[in-house]
Design a protein around this ligand. Sequence first.
Ligand SMILES: Nc1nc2c(c(=O)[nH]1)N[C@H]1C(S)=C(S)[C@@H](COP(=O)(O)O)O[C@H]1N2
Ligand SMILES: [Mo]
Length: 480
Amino acid sequence: MPDSLTANPPAGPQAVPTPAGTPPGRLRRAPEHFLSPAQIAQVQAGRRDFLAASFASAVSVPALLAAASAHAAAPAAAPTAAPAAAPAMPAGGGDPAILDKQPHATGLGQPVAATGYGQPSKWEANLQRRESPGLTRVPQASVSFAPLQGLFGIITPNGLHFERHHQGWWDIDPSQHRLMVMGLVRQPKVFTMDDLMRLPSVSRMHFIECGANTGMEWGNVAVPTVQYTHGMLSCCEYTGVPLSVLLDLCGIDRKRARFVLAEGADGSGMTRTIALERALDDVIVAWGMNGEMLRPENGYPLRLVVPGVQGVSWVKYLRRIEVGDQPFDTKDEVLHYVDLMPDGMQRQYSSIQECKSVITTPSGGQQLLGQGFYNVSGLAWSGRGRIRRVDVSFDGGRNWQTARLEGRPMTKCLTRFNIDWVWKGGPAILQSRAIDDTGYVQPKINQLRAVRGTRSIYHNNAIQSWKVAESGEVSNVQVY
Ligand SMILES: Nc1nc2c(c(=O)[nH]1)N[C@H]1C(S)=C(S)[C@@H](COP(=O)(O)O)O[C@H]1N2
Ligand SMILES: [Mo]
């Protein structure tokens, strides 16, 4: 590793005072890939088997990290790589970034509306949602993970929202899209987008988490960065009409109705049963996402928002709601999305995303470049309600301190937490533990395994551990 990465930052006049009264530490952002260029070439050449095998049997983390740091240390592939540390001050004193006239201070800048739809800075081009090559056989039935390590606050920008498609995504003409509501209703109806968008709407902030998020970590440590351990998670402000309004418009048969079925228009035939109680509570038939129409990848022009429930029930390209008197037991509820328990039985309809949290900075693949103050930051959420408290440990769970929650926690929504930390250069294990307003405490991985076994895929909400080595390298570990 180049010396510049391990050297302590010069404590010059620029040292910013921090709440903990120590100079700030520095951090190298997570490598955006955990595959070496050679491995990526192999994947591109169609050799995915070695990766599929590694994912199934837990990739060796040292190997991945070695690959990651090899990649990160390679000459910057693009001019957009994370900015290098500021050049050392010239002997004569004076910072050229201050003293020299910069082009942007002397030339004429860009005109308004140079791009009709604004784009992120070119310096941020490494912040991307990313697929796990080899995780699935075709990219139309795959996942791209949100780069949690690079996001602030709680809102996921629309272009970085994670994606999960079973049969590829579509950009459906909204003028040709229809939503049918039928079954146990007095008057079945078909709605156009115009019909729907004239109805009384609501806007609510909620997280969406795929039930399989963190699913690769059931047996052992499997992936190196928070993007891949927790990136099937996003949080938006959704706008739409409450499903209860549509059901009332159609005159739902309140005596017999117990469940509704939601069906998507894509070829995956995505269909999910939702209990009527929930359907009438906070479920939204949504077209808006962070102030604009849904993105095609996320179900444009219409998707179901089912707060607190695993992502699969948030049916995209929503085209049909059927009201019935029993669960529909569709393929995505019988064959898939069941939890294999230690006794060999399958647990079905376990839809709620239980209370969970993760530290996003510092996190796996990042590197602390010097001792000093760090703002440790992360996300907490619960499918049952609001986050009440987040505790953080720096010694693998022996001692806990309460983190600061940003803003007022909202129900079934991400909550950002922060806590001060001074790294003195020794090894540390960082963990966060969330508690929701039902009093539920996020479990340790061994507590979860004791009940659920190790052969599950879905609903792994265990405490995440990040190990900080004396070198400052941060890696994914499991602590019992
Ligand atoms: N029509 C349709 N809806 C769907 C899916 C799909 O493949 N087709 N995937 C589901 C799954 S498993 C998840 S986790 C979420 C992902 O939503 P996103 O792609 O907007 O992140 O959509 C759900 N709704
Ligand atoms: Mo999912």
